[in-house]
Design a protein around this ligand. Structure first.
Ligand code: NAD
Ligand code: LMR
Length: 328
């Protein structure tokens, strides 16, 4: 057995936490030979519910679950963390856009960024899920002095999975037949699910789905609005699919990407694809056999795609402007 990996999770007693912890403890995130320590972080009012979740974790008798710590102290919570999954924050309700959460949630990520820098392991990687996740990751990154920018990620994998599922259903194929699906920009209603570079069984999507009106219209808006559609249907924001997106994101960042394919995750831009350096934007990412990630170069953006990417990047600039006082 490998030595245990330490995973800190904020908002551990929330909806996503409830769907996520059991998957991590079962080995779905790091594989069947990798023990895990869970450091579960909640605010005081969530601590009682968290104790109940821990009772349930105990009752699973997971062979890979090595240790559990529950705390509302950030220093304690991020101690030795190899992965920090920042889920804790208020979800939006019907009628809100994710950016409406900026004032409510942004502040949380200054203290968490500082506590990660002071307490986490040298190899810490940080995945922000709490919305608006790109800009919350920007805040955490800018407050985590000494932690390299390439360790910060925000989740757009749920959007990628949604997009693959929509394309597969339209083409009458399985999800696994869809590859090279990139979400560009912000995890918001401006995100661009790039069908122009996606493939179905190795063929360009537009050769398999010839209804370009659907691709340019309903497909994009369905993916952009999927979070809101789930809130409308469930009365609460996505939780199990979000937790699955977290598992997929971490697995994709810790295992080599299939040759020629890529995955979507928001990373600190280096200026690639005309996206301002320093913004946390979703792009096509690949991971090599040593576990290093880079932005896939040379993905072509036609005029239609370029305009969509630019609109989402402009929204990220506007969000950054709105939180400039939190950037340290
Ligand atoms: P939830 O309200 O069920 O749970 C959030 C939990 O966070 C609560 O238990 C709360 O007590 C805790 N919390 C709040 N502030 C905290 C803090 N400062 N430190 C630690 N814990 C804190 O919400 P949820 O449904 O689990 O969603 C969590 C977040 O994830 C929301 O912001 C939601 O919008 C976002 N989300 C993102 C994606 C994505 O794809 N990026 C998908 C789904 C949901
Ligand atoms: C989602 O995409 O389901 C989440 O970001 C929740 C939301 O507010 O849409």
């Amino acid at each position: 057995m490998n030595p245990p990996i330490t995973v800190s999770i904020t908002g551990a007693a929330g909806q996503i936490g409830y769907a996520l912890l059991f998957r991590i403890a079962s080995g779905a995130m790091f594989g069947p030979d990798q023990p895990v320590n869970l450091r579960l972080i909640e605010i005081e009012p969530g601590m009682k519910a968290l104790q109940g979740v821990i009772m349930e974790l105990d009752d699973c008798a997971f062979p890979l679950l090595n240790d559990i710590v529950a705390t509302s102290d950030l220093d304690e919570g991020f101690k030795g963390a190899n992965w920090a999954l920042l889920v804790g924050s208020v979800p939006r309700k019907a009628g809100m856009e994710r950016a409406d959460l900026l004032n409510i949630n942004g502040q949380i990520f200054t203290g968490q960024g500082k506590a990660i820098a002071a307490n986490a392991a040298d190899d810490v990687r940080v995945l922000v899920v709490g919305n608006p996740c790109n800009t919350n990751a920007l805040i955490a990154m800018n407050n985590a002095e000494g932690v390299p920018n390439d360790r910060f990620f925000a989740m757009t994998r749920l959007d990628e999975n949604r997009a693959k599922s929509q394309l597969a259903a339209k083409a009458g194929v399985h999800n696994r037949d869809v590859s090279n699906m990139c979400i560009w920009g912000n995890h918001s209603a401006t995100q661009y699910p790039d069908f122009t570079n996606a493939k179905i069984n190795g063929q360009p999507v537009s050769e398999v789905i010839t209804d370009s009106g659907w691709l340019q219209g309903e497909f994009i808006s369905t993916v952009q609005q999927r979070g809101a559609a789930i809130i409308a249907a469930r009365g609460a924001s996505s939780a199990a699919s979000a937790a699955n997106g977290v598992v997929d994101t971490v697995r994709s960042l810790t295992t080599p990407t299939a040759a020629g394919d890529w995955t979507s995750v928001a990373v600190c831009s280096d200026g690639s694809y005309g996206i301002d350096a320093g913004l946390i934007a979703s792009m096509p990412i690949r991971v090599d056999a040593e576990g290093r990630w880079d932005i896939v170069p040379g993905v072509e953006l036609d005029e239609f795609s370029r305009a969509k990417v630019d609109a989402s990047v402009q929204e990220l600039r506007d969000e950054r402007e709105a939180v400039v006082s939190l950037l340290g």
